[in-house]
Design a protein around this ligand. Sequence first.
Ligand code: MF3
Ligand code: CO
Ligand code: CO
Length: 255
Amino acid sequence: MVRIEKIRRACQAAAEVLAEGGRALRPGITTDAIDAIVHEACLARGGYPSTLNYHGYPKSLCTSVNEVILHGIPDSRPLQDGDIVNLDVTIYLDGMHGDCSATFAVGEVDAVSHQLMRVTRECMELGISAVKPGRPISEIGKAIERRAAAHGYGVVRAFCGHGIGEDFHMEPQVLHYYEPRARERMEEGMVFTIEPMLTMGQPDHVLWPDGWTASTADGQRAAQYEHTILVTRDGAEILTLAPELVAKPREVAHT
Ligand code: MF3
Ligand code: CO
Ligand code: CO
């Protein structure tokens, strides 16, 4: 099988596993329970959760709740009605990694958090729309930052998207803010993630003593969405689309 076909399969599997984890979310369930579901779902597809033992990371999934920006470690805390939680799934399948994440509402979530989630998803989509061979990679962050700023949200600068394939984290770096010095040009065939993190308040983070969990310094909520994409001849193909979206193209807005 050619390389890109293998990446496509790993990414498809990641999207399926993420959807499975998301469907299990409800108030009262622990993030450890979601971790177990994701772990089994990776194995069931003949894959392995890329995060498990990655530089010592202890779990098969990242679960980032409320003010946690990313790399939250699943634990025994039951999710509460009103929480928002990002599930970040990466699978290693047949020699390739696929990586995606989404932020989910647990039970009844306030309108302010829903808006943060919606705009963060839009920022990811705008970043994807900026992908085109020949353009500088800085166009991605420019598109993301513009929309986030229009809503007064912060864009986390300390963590970025990344090339992915044979390795979990490869070149290029994909910044989610505008950095004019990021002049590398996108090329057809490149595979990388776009995974913006937006914050209600300031985008500065603190690292927890566990060495992984990054939460907002001001304690306000954060959201993140992530897709792995392939640069095509005239744009981007999203490789980690959820299965139901692959089967049924997204509905056109009602008129
Ligand atoms: N999936 C994360 C990313 O999007 C990386 C998680 S690495 C871990 O790049 F070790 F924290 F799990
Ligand atoms: Co990820
Ligand atoms: Co990633």
